[in-house]
Write a protein that binds this ligand. Structure first.
Ligand SMILES: [Zn+2]
Ligand SMILES: [Zn+2]
Length: 375
């Protein structure tokens, strides 16, 4: 490259000297970028307790595998021989299978775990959802939202390492391709950092609410079903689009983005809990209202499809999943693959209300505001 000396800092921003970085990059042996991403994911298990020094008491014991979906009273209900089914939602999988994701069984001990809490905090903070049935109490809704957001936040931390992993993925490629890739990595990195900031902002608020016992920072809609739902999910994200795929909030303003939290519980009667920070025009409230206005018989199918579209942590009862019709399966495949790319695109697949997943009927829905928990 003209105008850059061997000992100058490389143009790609790695902080290394040009001669140690992109000089002769086009002549270097190329590797498989996706293999690098997968290796990074597996090797990267940052262990940290999110509740450490946060005002929630002291840490105790080792950092353990914390669960994102409630394991004890819930995940076991939909498991067969200790296993549930999930989609392998990563871009490498998509590339390998020509745009389709595969689904496979996973042991419930390994389903949706992350190294985000020490043994003591995990036990103390989440006891109200792990050891008691979920009944939509304000403190339970707050605890679920906190844990779900911690998991997403954890994922963004892992995402920060992606750039370093892929920095060498342009080996053996011509200069034009090198610049394209490095620009793309820069964009992904900026997006990831911004998303991290939004989540950080809300995570701090939820942590403070836990400390103060103020479950009223959150509002939730709890939908109850007559039988056990054959799936479980938990996820939080900053919604750019509503239930119907229309724009809600864009990422261009300086205002931090608002999140929606969704989770489900597979008790004798199942619940789906949709939460948002209590403020006017919260995107989460818009979406919860849209879902609750649908015919009662459609709501479970709608929630399932909406979750599969936006959330990585969705687990299915293996028998139920195996019995899906080809049309139902095709739709879940499509939704699960939507938005799965390294850029973190907004999922755009359409939720099909005409497609019936033959799920339990709604028995009631109620709003949880936190004002009614009597403390
Ligand atoms: Zn370089
Ligand atoms: Zn701790």
């Amino acid at each position: 490259m003209k105008g850059i000396g061997r000992n100058d800092l490389c143009w790609c921003g790695s902080g290394k000297k040009y001669k140690k970085c992109h000089l002769d990059r086009a002549l270097q042996e190329s590797g498989n970028a996706w293999d690098a991403v997968e290796a990074n994911k597996k090797a990267f298990h940052e262990k940290r307790c999110f509740a450490r020094d946060a005002g929630l008491g002291s840490c105790e014991g080792k950092i353990i595998k914390a669960h994102t979906v409630s394991r004890g009273p819930n995940l076991t209900k939909i498991a067969k021989n200790g296993k549930v089914v999930r989609y392998n939602a990563n871009p490498a999988e998509l590339t390998k299978n020509g745009g389709k994701l595969t689904a496979s069984e996973v042991g419930i001990g390994d389903a949706s775990v992350f190294y985000g809490f020490c043994a003591g905090h995990d036990r103390r903070l989440f006891s109200c959802i792990e050891n008691e049935p979920f009944i939509g109490r304000p403190d339970q809704c707050l605890t679920v939202a906190y844990r779900t957001l911690s998991r997403e936040f954890y994922g963004k931390h892992a995402g920060s390492h992606l750039r370093e992993t892929l920095r060498n993925a342009d080996r053996g490629k011509p200069l034009v391709e090198q610049i394209k890739l490095q620009n793309l990595l820069e964009l992904i990195d900026q997006g990831n950092e911004l998303a991290k900031k939004d989540l950080q902002n809300t995570h701090s608020k939820l942590t403070q609410a836990l400390i103060d016992g103020r479950a009223d920072v959150l509002r939730s809609m709890v939908i109850e079903f007559e039988r056990t739902l054959p799936f479980m999910f938990a996820g939080a994200w900053s919604p750019f689009t509503d239930f119907f795929g229309h724009n809600l909030q864009n990422g261009y303003s300086d205002e931090p983005l608002e999140q929606i939290f969704i989770s489900s519980f597979a008790g004798t009667a199942s619940q789906i809990c949709i939460s948002w920070m209590d403020q006017t025009d919260a995107p989460g409230q818009v979406i919860a209202d849209q879902i609750c206005k649908l015919p009662l018989a459609q709501q479970a199918s709608a929630c399932l499809q909406f979750a599969v579209k936006h959330v990585e942590n969705v687990f299915y009862d293996p028998a139920w999943f195996a019995a899906l019709s080809s049309e139902q399966r095709k739709q879940l495949d499509l939704l699960a693959a939507s938005g799965v790319d390294i850029k973190g695109s907004v999922p755009s697949a359409v939720v099909r209300l005409d497609l019936d997943f033959e799920l339990p009927m709604v028995t009631r829905a109620f709003v949880v505001s936190g004002d009614n928990n009597g403390d």
